[in-house]
Design a binder for this molecule. Structure first.
Ligand SMILES: Nc1nc2c(ncn2[C@@H]2O[C@H](COP(=O)(O)OP(=O)(O)OP(=O)(O)O)[C@@H](O)[C@H]2O)c(=O)[nH]1
Length: 320
């Protein structure tokens, strides 16, 4: 499977990702084995996070942007991080036919979010899927996520460049946006800059530019850029790619690009340890038994949550 995958076989890639996404213990070793082999085969890639509220046009943007990239000879993989898909109400990113043209492009690979997992689970699997896609020769990885909750922070931690899509004229442009996201964004792109929206988009662009002036440059010296585009009319899309290419060139030249990836890998290890420890703790039958007792003591204010946690963890440690 790894051999076929490394030759760019999309079916093998899809199968490998399915293994990685599996929650069966017996698939775990096999998936690990594949990921480890793929780590050595990764292509030099650019990982781009694309976020924005539902309806901002993420999939339409990726459809148009992805076609520009493949037309330039790039191989593009699209992965989604959408933990809402694990809930019964279904995914925000939806089952509707998305990216119709791009999905038929031989140089593109589109994979929806793994379902039935928490954000932590989706994160881990998406990270491993990125590695598999890169081993299959995909050089541009687009990680799409809905701009709600913790998702953006999570995706920010696994990409080189973070793109925030915004709508013009949707009301208080600057007030409605969470400060944290502005700080994470390497570029803010106002989508749907077409038709009646054109003037509003221009105003929004200068408002964002002014607002960003108030922020200090990022640690790597980069000042986030503001741009506008129409994903349906295919205008301003090349400009977005120019911004990203420029960022990549600059940060590769300074060594920041590699430094950030190394740091992300280190964080990934720490997160994996945390997750594993947590899972082991909560799966432990004695812990589950004791937990009930401690919860009632905490709820009735007999003991503090901190003390209870300390007692439980001490007990857990004696078991391992
Ligand atoms: N006029 C205009 N409409 C657009 C543009 N981009 C997307 N749309 C429309 O906006 C709607 C939402 O677009 P999607 O691409 O599905 O948005 P999304 O952000 O992926 O939405 P979710 O999947 O719900 O998160 C669709 O009806 C698109 O046709 C654009 O550039 N201009």
């Amino acid at each position: 499977m790894v051999e076929a995958l490394c030759k760019g076989d999309k079916t093998a890639l899809g199968r490998a990702i399915t293994l990685v996404e599996s929650n069966h213990r017996k698939h775990f070793e096999e998936a690990n084995n594949i990921v480890t082999q793929c780590l050595k085969q990764q292509a030099k890639s650019i990982r781009i996070g694309v976020t924005g509220v539902p309806g901002v046009g993420k999939s339409t943007f990726i459809e148009t942007f992805g076609q520009l990239l493949t037309s330039q000879g790039n191989k593009v993989a699209v992965l989604t991080v959408d933990p809402t898909s694990s809930q019964s109400r279904g995914s925000i990113l939806g089952d509707k036919t998305r990216m119709e043209v791009l999905s038929k492009d031989p140089n593109a690979f589109i994979r929806p979010s793994p379902s039935g997992l928490s954000l932590g689970g989706v994160t881990r699997k998406t990270r491993e899927s990125i590695i598999l896609c890169e081993a299959a020769g995909f050089t541009i990885i687009l990680v799409e996520t809905v701009g709600v909750g913790q998702n953006e922070t999570t995706v920010h931690g696994m990409v080189d460049f973070f793109l925030l899509l915004k709508l013009a004229g949707a009301g208080d442009e600057l007030q409605g946006i969470k400060r944290g996201i502005i700080e994470m964004a390497d570029a803010i792109v106002i989508n749907k800059a077409d038709g009646d929206n054109l003037t509003k988009a221009k105003i929004a662009k200068s408002e964002f530019e002014n607002a960003l002036q108030l922020y200090p440059p990022k640690e790597n010296g980069w000042r986030p850029k503001v741009s506008s585009c129409s994903s349906t009319e295919n205008t301003g899309i090349v400009e977005v790619w120019n911004i990203i290419s420029n960022y990549v060139d600059k940060t590769r030249a300074t060594g920041y690009f590699d430094k950030k990836r190394k740091l992300q890998n280190k964080n990934w290890l720490f997160e994996a340890i945390e997750e594993q420890l947590k899972a082991d703790f909560f799966k432990d039958s004695l812990m589950a038994e004791k937990m009930e007792d401690y919860v009632s003591k905490v709820v009735s204010k007999e003991i503090s949550p901190f003390y209870a946690a300390d007692q439980l963890i001490t007990l857990f440690k004696t078991r391992s």
